[in-house]
Design a binder for this molecule. Structure first.
Ligand code: CDP
Length: 209
């Protein structure tokens, strides 16, 4: 039997941490859908260049190699920006829908995190969460992550990046970042990540009862 947990939210809100914890707790598979857009962005930067010509990006998105999700060069700031640029293109999003829906439908349960899981990819998900936090808190967390990974950056640059992506993700016409009307909102600026995980687990327990 399938059981779908949809976790959406803006950049660096803690979706990944909450998703992994829920997947571990219940033995569900986890798909970080941001990685799909990051792969398209990464490969597009390599093969097409920074102008990201739309027709060429669409062609790449239809041929995503799932093995590329394991690449270790997807979490840089440059790739994040490229991902949010290619994610605006409707044909790119369309090319990634089937993979995401098939992953979600697997028996044994699945957690998918992204921007449009509860609204577009899995509108019938069993549990929907929207994990958010203030831009400053998210930028602080992302800055620490990038610094720990050895990327040279500063807080102000990361904050600008987060705000630019928030704007692009929220204002696009197709599948914009938004909480589904039936999502439980977890604001992690007011709440520890442990408390957010506990709330997410409780939401899944309630839905399964
Ligand atoms: O990890 P972080 O929250 O910074 O970003 P991500 O989840 O890896 O997503 C990177 C970019 O992919 C986002 O800024 C979105 O533009 C795009 N994305 C999307 O449009 N739809 C999704 N379901 C997931 C990511």
């Amino acid at each position: 039997m399938s059981f779908i947990v949809a976790i959406d939210g803006p950049a660096a809100a803690g979706k990944g941490t909450v998703s992994k914890a829920v997947a571990d707790r219940f033995g569900f598979a986890h798909l970080d859908t941001g990685l799909l857009y990051r792969v398209v962005g990464r490969v597009a930067l390599e093969k097409i260049g920074p102008a990201l010509d739309e027709a060429a990006v669409i062609a790449l998105a239809t041929q995503v190699d799932i093995a590329d999700l394991e690449r270790d060069d997807l979490r840089t700031a440059a790739v994040a920006q490229a991902a949010s640029k290619v994610a605006v293109i409707p044909e790119v999003r369309e090319a990634l829908v089937v993979f995401q829906r098939e992953f979600a439908a697997r028996s044994g349960g699945a957690v998918l995190d992204g921007r449009d899981i509860g609204t577009v990819i899995c509108p019938n998900a069993d549990v929907k969460l929207f994990v958010t936090a203030s831009a400053e808190i998210r930028a602080e967390r992302r800055f620490k992550e990038l610094a720990a990974r050895g990327e040279e950056t500063d807080f102000e640059t990361v904050l600008e990046d987060v705000k630019a992506r928030d704007a692009r993700d929220s204002e696009r016409d197709v599948a914009p970042l938004a909480a589904a009307s039936d999502a439980v909102v977890l604001d992690t600026s007011e709440m520890s990540i442990e408390a957010a995980i506990a709330a997410a687990i409780e939401a899944v327990d309630t839905a399964r009862a």
